[in-house]
Write a protein that binds this ligand. Structure first.
Ligand SMILES: O=C(O)C(=O)C[C@]1(C(=O)O)C=C[C@@H](O)C=C1
Length: 107
């Protein structure tokens, strides 16, 4: 049998896989809920920035967040490069939202 074989496995292995997948599903749900809360906050930041003509991006704040997240990741034994990439991905979406809000406020 190879590792790619899809034939039925030992029931104990199936049960362990199902148990781990239940935990993964719970964690993924928590991540989605936490991201939704974060985006609710950043939407408010976007409106505040647009109302006061502040730029969508704040590179100094981002540098601080990245340094902090990398340290947290290292303590948590998570790859800091991955944590940085993930934060940059989220922030780039936030900046896109901020730009849309600012654009809409101009009209
Ligand atoms: O804190 C801000 O000024 C934000 O707009 C929020 C946020 C973030 O998502 O954390 C997004 C864009 C900025 O460049 C920095 C941080």
């Amino acid at each position: 049998m190879t590792t790619r074989d899809t034939s039925p496995t030992d029931p104990a292995v199936q049960a362990e896989l199902a148990r781990l997948r239940d935990s993964i599903d719970n964690i993924d749900a928590a991540v989605v809920h936490m991201l939704a809360e974060r985006f609710k906050c950043t939407q408010q930041v976007g409106h505040l920035k647009a109302a006061h003509q502040l730029p969508p991006a704040d590179p100094a704040r981002e540098a601080h967040q990245i340094a902090r997240l990398r340290a947290l990741a290292e303590n948590a034994k998570l790859d800091p490069a991955f944590a940085e990439k993930l934060l940059n991905f989220i922030i780039s979406e936030v900046i896109r939202h901020h730009e849309q809000i600012a654009g809409a406020a101009e009209h």
